[in-house]
Design a protein around this ligand. Structure first.
Ligand code: FES
Length: 119
């Protein structure tokens, strides 16, 4: 079974292959939403972008619904801004399946302008 390491919580969890990242995190007491989004989120339907995580290691083991992420660009303006500077590592936990070991950072800080956006 794949192991997911939640970096901020310093917790490792074994999950079934092909399982949903958000569901497994919540089952194991990992908070996936920051602030008001703990109560106001889309409950895993891929609409609110508040379950975003940065996959620090093992992105090749995370199967993402990238086509849905492109649609979300048009539906939710938070998503494109949140991704700035993290395009290669950010994914929506509710739209991601775990296929192997990985390390994720939950509730990453919002990066409104990126490292070099203004300079
Ligand atoms: S819970 Fe809303 S996008 Fe994942």
């Amino acid at each position: 079974m794949p192991t997911v390491t939640f970096i901020k919580q310093k917790k490792q969890v074994e999950v079934p292959e092909g399982s949903n990242l958000r569901q497994e995190a919540l089952k194991n007491g990992i908070e996936m939403h920051a602030g008001i989004h703990q109560y106001a989120n889309c409950f895993g339907n891929g609409l609110c972008a508040s379950c975003r995580v940065n996959v620090k290691k093992g992105m090749e083991n995370v199967r993402r619904k990238t086509w849905w992420e492109y649609i979300l660009f048009a539906l939710n303006p938070i998503w494109p801004f949140a991704r700035i500077g993290h395009e290669e590592e950010m994914t929506l936990a509710c739209q991601s399946k775990i296929m192997g070991d990985c390390e994720v950072e939950t509730t990453p800080d919002m990066n409104w302008h990126g490292e070099k956006f203004w300079g």
